[in-house]
Design a protein around this ligand. Structure first.
Ligand SMILES: Cc1cc2nc3c(=O)[nH]c(=O)nc-3n(C[C@H](O)[C@H](O)[C@H](O)COP(=O)(O)OP(=O)(O)OC[C@H]3O[C@@H](n4cnc5c(N)ncnc54)[C@H](O)[C@@H]3O)c2cc1C
Ligand SMILES: *[C@@H]1O[C@H](CO)[C@@H](O)[C@H](O)[C@H]1NC(C)=O
Ligand SMILES: *[C@@H]1O[C@H](CO)[C@@H](O)[C@H](O)[C@H]1NC(C)=O
Ligand SMILES: *[C@@H]1O[C@H](CO)[C@@H](O)[C@H](O)[C@H]1NC(C)=O
Ligand SMILES: *[C@@H]1O[C@H](CO)[C@@H](O)[C@H](O)[C@H]1NC(C)=O
Ligand SMILES: *[C@@H]1O[C@H](CO)[C@@H](O)[C@H](O)[C@H]1NC(C)=O
Ligand SMILES: *[C@@H]1O[C@H](CO)[C@@H](O)[C@H](O)[C@H]1NC(C)=O
Ligand SMILES: *[C@@H]1O[C@H](CO)[C@@H](O)[C@H](O)[C@H]1NC(C)=O
Ligand SMILES: *[C@@H]1O[C@H](CO)[C@@H](O)[C@H](O)[C@H]1NC(C)=O
Ligand SMILES: *[C@@H]1O[C@H](CO)[C@@H](O)[C@H](O)[C@H]1NC(C)=O
Ligand SMILES: *[C@@H]1O[C@H](CO)[C@@H](O)[C@H](O)[C@H]1NC(C)=O
Length: 643
């Protein structure tokens, strides 16, 4: 077996040892003897005498662990226990952390660095935490409190650290959260009064030229839980001739929540979702034990962890994913259409050379072009590609449509043949994009993990709702006189939403069973609606919502939800994407998992009888609820049983 290791970004010589299939940080484990010596970290053994507590313990409760116990936990985890304050405290004159220069740094220079990723508390969605310590230049009349941020964080450096944290939280009845990048749009990695397990610093990637499990025999990559897409890309560039499915967004946690909850990216129509790549996972379960789940062992967990969602069944420390022993290049193209009298801001084209934006004088024609592109997206998916169609409202009845297609292994001639019919259809309605430009670039590109969405209060801090548009919409052309199909309905609703000021984005990809291949096409927890989808349609408010007063927040949510319900009415058989969804998704069990929900719930109950792992919208999450002062769907309140 040939192995090349890239640990912590450096190329290391690696001894060939087929038996040592774990990363070094996974070989350091908690022993029964050590756990027996400190009862607070003893392993779990569920018994029928277990007394279900009503709520998880909060710092003000008598049952909160003593300083001595925390200190002993800290010693057990090698001094990696943190008790961090929210970084925004630097902006509040009444806080001991107040420092005007630091505050200025947070608001400016820090957003162009990895600062927030290396912070143990920061969640990109500040409203989901409770917006209790916003980084603002003017904080007059505001306060900074710990709110929905965890109280303690284990900066995990080994399996042993995580086992100790899991056992400690379970035995002391603490709320436990898992944080990786903190990208989750509903702040699943926050929790008031919680002990957090922070997987961000578990870094490693190793390509395996041959890996065998079940019927799979081929190339693979072992990736650590803390790895982000850009780090996988750097390793692919370094190794050469290897392709791994990754997220488009460079800083998403590909070894964490991304793959566990589905995980789409530019190669998804060709090779499936992140979850479809998983051949094996190493995971710490609620009893504190460290297991491997694959086709041959712990099969229920293997099923659940491929699409059933992060933060639910255990803490994954690494996974083995499929790899293709070849370079992949992407044929890419972007075009811009604008309409309306206002000035426009043109968003970036993700590396493709865009032609100048074409202004469409007649607004009705602009929306006809949108409808044509919406229809065309199915061809992008069927060609194994990934498409975008984003309408950005700019005020003053002015809109920009950004169309992007990324086609794996489409060299220049092939991509020209592919897009020509689309541009001809545009021309037939008088939209003449004179000089389309395309590129053919390697999929793996070096990166630094710094993006415009990597900081709190960033453009990621939004009310955000997803709906999957099924393939059947594209087959449904013959309703009425051909102009009133369900796809026309979608086009009309999206136009109305953009006219109301929402940003309406299409992500066209199709992780069919065929694309997923083996073992993704065996039973997994991936949302069955994703097997038949063409588009993940995401609608959101343009402005960050974190500073809205509670009643206004609730009204904004209800308004957006009402608009998405129009899409739900047109797609009753479909669902939505768990990783980019509404915290108040109606009918969420079916929407996220369809027919898999009952099996997922029974697995959850079997592997976590204590209800240790909890995050909003996850399998079994309705057994608990966060009690917030203002009734908002944030993590800023104690977690109590729902009944
Ligand atoms: C700017 C931005 C761009 C995005 N782009 C994409 C995209 O291109 N494709 C896509 O599919 N999604 C995308 N997403 C959504 C993304 O998939 C989710 O936010 C996902 O939850 C991120 O996982 P994480 O581990 O990075 O984040 P976190 O917020 O740290 O974790 C998310 C959830 O997963 C759990 N979790 C994390 N690590 C583990 C682990 N090791 N074991 C068990 N549970 C774990 C956490 O408890 C939490 O519930 C994007 C999000 C943002 C903010
Ligand atoms: C048990 O804990 C004590 C300190 O409380 C320590 O001195 C001893 O080494 C521990 N034994 C083991 C096996 O960890
Ligand atoms: C778990 O508890 C049961 C009942 O008390 C006991 O018989 C069993 O040995 C325990 N198992 C472990 C692994 O401690
Ligand atoms: C844990 O121990 C380390 C090393 O002794 C120390 O620096 C750190 O402050 C401790 N953490 C807490 C929360 O006390
Ligand atoms: C704080 O920093 C800002 C921006 O750097 C500056 O404009 C302001 O004058 C500073 N205020 C104080 C009180 O120092
Ligand atoms: C700061 O905010 C307060 C409260 O909203 C407001 O009254 C005040 O005018 C603001 N100050 C500045 C300098 O903008
Ligand atoms: C977490 O641990 C890593 C590895 O030891 C270290 O590099 C990093 O500085 C720690 N982070 C914090 C916030 O303590
Ligand atoms: C990739 O593979 C091709 C074809 O086998 C070979 O010509 C090329 O040298 C390889 N590139 C690298 C970086 O290994
Ligand atoms: C809005 O459009 C009108 C023309 O309809 C134009 O006169 C005005 O300048 C525009 N305003 C902005 C802010 O673009
Ligand atoms: C098709 O039906 C729509 C809606 O009923 C109607 O507005 C339109 O005029 C019809 N078009 C033709 C060509 O019949
Ligand atoms: C799954 O995909 C493999 C190709 O990777 C194929 O050989 C197999 O027939 C497929 N099985 C099912 C049930 O679709």
């Amino acid at each position: 077996m040939m192995r090349t290791s890239y640990l912590l970004g450096f190329l290391l010589p690696h001894a060939i040892d087929a038996a040592a299939l774990n990363f070094a940080y996974e070989t350091t484990q908690l022993t029964a003897q050590e756990a027996g010596n400190f009862s607070a970290i003893s392993f779990g053994n569920f018994t029928s005498s277990y007394q279900k507590p009503r709520c998880k313990v909060q710092p003000e409760d008598a049952a909160w662990p003593s300083e001595a116990q925390w200190a002993r936990l800290n010693a057990t985890v090698g001094g990696h226990l943190l008790k961090p304050q929210p970084v925004g405290a630097a902006c509040y004159p009444d806080r001991p952390e107040y420092n005007n220069a630091t505050c200025a740094y947070l608001l400016g220079p820090a957003t162009a660095t990895r600062f927030f990723f290396n912070d143990p508390l920061t969640a990109l969605t500040t409203w989901g935490e409770g917006a209790t310590c916003l980084q603002l230049r003017n904080t007059t009349g505001r306060t900074c409190t710990q709110g929905g941020f965890p109280v303690y964080v284990v900066n995990a450096t080994s399996v042993r650290d995580i086992q100790a944290a899991v056992n400690f939280a379970r035995n002391q009845n603490l709320r436990l959260v898992i944080k990786n990048t903190g990208h989750d749009f509903i702040a699943k990695s926050s929790g008031k009064g919680a002990l957090s397990v922070w997987t961000h610093n578990l870094k490693g990637i190793e390509f395996l030229s041959e890996y065998t499990v079940g019927e799979y025999k081929g190339a693979a990559a072992r990736i650590s839980a803390g790895l982000e897409a850009w780090e996988i890309h750097n390793a692919m560039v370094e190794a050469g001739n290897v392709t791994v499915v990754t997220s488009l967004e460079a800083t998403v946690g590909n070894g964490g929540g991304w793959a566990l909850g589905g995980g789409h990216g530019p190669l998804t129509s060709l090779y499936g979702l992140g979850a479809d790549q998983i051949l094996s996972l190493n995971v710490i379960t609620a009893d504190g034990r460290f297991l491997t789940a694959d086709m041959n062992q712990n099969q229920d967990l293997y099923f659940a962890l491929r699409g059933g969602g992060g933060g639910t069944f255990g803490i994954v420390t690494s996974m083995v994913v499929k790899a293709w022993p070849k370079e992949t290049r992407i044929g890419g193209l972007t075009f811009y259409l604008t309409t309306g009298p206002g000035a426009v801001t043109i968003p970036s084209a993700r590396g493709y050379p865009p032609p100048p934006p074409l202004h469409v004088a007649d607004t009705e024609t602009f929306w006809k072009a949108y409808r044509i592109y919406l229809g065309f997206t199915k061809q992008i998916v069927d060609a194994g590609g990934f498409g975008f169609g984003d309408v950005n409202p700019q005020g003053n009845k002015t809109f920009v449509l950004v169309g992007t297609m990324m086609l794996p292994d489409y060299p220049p001639d092939k991509i020209r043949d592919f897009y020509t019919p689309l541009f001809e259809s545009f021309r037939e309605i008088g939209v003449n994009i004179p000089n389309p430009r395309h590129a053919y670039l390697p999929y793996a590109q070096r990166g630094t993990g710094i993006t415009p969405t990597s900081f709190p209060g960033s453009p990621a801090d939004l009310l955000f709702i997803s709906r999957l548009l099924p393939r059947s919409l594209w087959d449904d052309t013959a309703v009425g006189n051909g102009t009133t199909s369900r796809l026309d309905g979608v086009s009309t609703v999206n136009r109305q939403n953009a006219e109301m000021g929402y940003r309406v984005t299409l992500r066209a990809y199709g992780p069919t069973a065929q694309a997923a291949g083996y073992p993704g096409n065996t039973t997994s927890a991936v949302n069955p609606a994703m097997r038949n989808m063409v588009i993940h349609c995401v609608t959101f408010k343009q402005e960050p919502v974190d500073v809205l007063p509670p009643d206004q927040f609730a009204a904004e949510h209800a308004k957006l939800r009402g608009r998405i319900n129009e899409l739900v009415r047109l797609t009753p058989e479909s669902g939505s994407y768990f990783n980019e969804a509404d915290i108040l998704e109606p009918d969420w069990r079916t929407s996220f998992w369809g027919e898999h929900y009952p099996r997922l719930l029974s697995i959850k109950k079997a592997v976590d009888r204590w209800g240790l792992f909890w995050a909003p919208t996850t399998v079994g999450s309705d057994e608990w609820r966060v009690v917030t002062a203002q009734g908002l769907p944030t993590q800023n309140g104690p977690l109590c049983r729902a009944d």
